[in-house]
Each structure stands twice: as C-alpha cells, then as structure tokens.
Design a protein around this ligand. Sequence first.
Ligand code: PLP
Length: 395
Amino acid sequence: MKDKSIKVPFAIPECGNEEIEEVVAVIKSGWLTTASRCAQFEKDFAAYVGARHALAVNSATAALHLGLEALGVHNNDMVLVPTFTFTATAEVVRYLNAHPIFVDCDPKTFCITAEHIQKALDINKISLSDGRLKCLIPVHFGGHPCEMDDLLAFALKYNLEIMEDAAHALPTRYKEKLIGTLGHVTCFSFYANKTMTTGEGGMLCTDDDDIAGRVKVMRLHGINRDVWDRFSTGASWEYDVIAPGFKYNMPDTAAAIGIHQLMKVEEFRLKRQRIAETYFQALKNIPGLSLPLPDCSMKDHSWYLFMILIDPTMTKGGINRDQLIEKLAKRNIGTSVHYKPLHRMTYYKKRYNLDPVMFPNAERIFENCVSLPIFSAMSDEQLEYAINNIKEILM
Ligand SMILES: *Cc1c(COP(=O)(O)O)cnc(C)c1O
C-alpha cells in the first residue's frame, strides 16, 4: 500500500511562531550567547519539575559529565550504567577516568532494576562495600520510569549516589511526581529528536546547593564569579579560575526555543500518548508482534519511544526485525532501533572484555526491537498509513 505522497519520518520536532519570534528577538538584541533567555529557561524549568536548581548546558552529555564530576566521581571509581542505552550514559564515566559497570535490563520495561544491578555486581565480583563503587545512572528507557523506590533504597543501603539520565523522560512521572528531583542529580536532553528540543541542549537539575555551585563553575571554564558577584563595585573584568572547567554553557538562541517548547511539553506528551493508544489498539493480535508492556499508567509515560518486538519464529513468512525495517523504509516510513547495547560496541566490548551472555535480556530485546514513528506533529493520515503498512506486511 505504497502511497508516494505520504512520508512518515521517524521523528521531527514541532516548533511554532513563538519559538521563531523569540529566536529572532535574541538575534536582533545583539547578544547571542548565555544571558537572560537562559536564565528565564532555567527558572521556568526548575519550577516545572520542582527542582531547587535547573542549570542549562549545551547537551545532556555535558550535563551528565558535569553531574558526575560534581558528585566527586574520579580516577578508578566504578559507576553502574545500563548496557541498553545510548553511549553518552557510559562515555561520561570514562571522561573522568572511572569505569562503567554494565547492567542488564528488565525484559518488560527495558529499565535497570535493583535485581539486575545485584547480578552485575555478582558477575563482576564486586563487593557492595567496595569504596570505588560510587554512583548509579538509571535511564528511564523510552520514557518509562525506572522503579525508583527500589533503586533509591538500594543506593541508600550501599551509599551510592543516583544520577538519573532523563534524556527520554520529559515529562515522565513516577508515582504521579515528575522525574527531575528523585535522584541526587537529574539530566535532561533537548537534542533535536527528544520530546522537546533546543536543537542541541541539556538541563541538569539538583536540590543540592553544593552540586549546583560546582556545576555553575565547571560549565564555564572553571570561572568563579563569586568575587565579582559579592563586590559588585569591583571591576567587571575581574574573575578567578578555580579549576580547568569546560565550555558547556547554553546560548540564548537555544534557550529562546526551550522556553516555548517547555510551555508545550505536556501538550506534546498528550499527543504522543494518543498515538501510543492508537498503536496499542491497531496492532494487537498480529502474529509475532509484541506491543510494549508498560508497568506504569499511560499518563505517567513520556512516550518518547514506542518500541515493538518482532519474533521471526512467529511472524508471517518469518519476517524479522531488519526485514520489517527495510520494507517500511521502502514505503517511506521511518523507524529506528534503540539500542544496539553498549556491550556490543567495539570500545566497551574490548576495553571491558564484555560477553553477550552477561546480558541475556538486552540481547534478546536488541535482536527483535523496532521503534515506530511517534512525534507530536504526526498527522492522523501519517499514523494510519504507518499502521496499515505494518499490518499489510505482517498479516
Ligand atoms: C539523547 C541521549 C543522551 C544524550 O543527549 P545529548 O543532549 O544529545 O547529549 C543521553 N542519554 C540518552 C539515554 C539519550 O537518549
């Protein structure tokens, strides 16, 4: 049922005149880097998720790096990370010369659980009293909240910090509360294909004043402005450098987009939920196609991803995941795979001698998973076209 006039991208951002006008105003103002739009965006974001501090940076990767640095992770420390995630979650651990310990995921939610963390520690023969074990980075996979009460209890018991990678989780709710304040640090992404965007951008949230102070310094060259802020009668050129910091600040052009995207983020989520509900209805009872099995209510999920599993031993004609993707692509329907697990990536695999048998759930999911198009600007026509073609291929 190929229709040349219809194209369904995997995801495209939804921007309106509000974003355009605010960006134009920034450009006309003559001040394009970090200033008032950024401060406004941070204030709005902190109020929205209920965090004491929201600090804007130029990517979630930057936020994760700064968060770990501020938590004091350093040389030879160990940090628990999912294998079923994007490389940014683990690479930041290596930036600080610490080591990721990879954790398998739950077969239903695709999130890590306390049980899988314990398994990873056992496999790696790491004792929980090992002082090098510092931190845990849960990913709210696809927008599904991790079982945070369990993870928080586990972290408390063994004196670990939790830094949430919430790149998929805006807005995700855990027990009706927005993700953003449960861990010690929470990091969001505003990359172009995320649930809201600034093109490139990220936000670090924390309730801890010391962490916020350190992140503020390290996101801009390690410059400490306190001297100048305290004695504002002093020369405006005066500043001190207290560490070899980074260049991670968010420009006002990006923050201008973010301010308006944030105002629409609940509306965007509701549109994605409607699409998810339509997929659930339309794609049930298709041989070999498994729908997501969320362990949370529909409204608590951000629906960043709608990931199905294809079992080629059950599908019509034995169609597998790759063949489905290829057939859909021929009909102009974009899909994606989230993710090839990190234990299969050359760098991590070789550096840490990782074996797929250590990660049976991630292995099985990876081989069969396809992420279907889901984005707030998706039209009814696009959704219907995607559904009809999936059905035609598999039924
Ligand atoms: C997108 C993503 C990141 C990185 O976000 P950037 O803003 O592109 O740096 C980190 N973790 C996960 C799970 C992601 O999906």
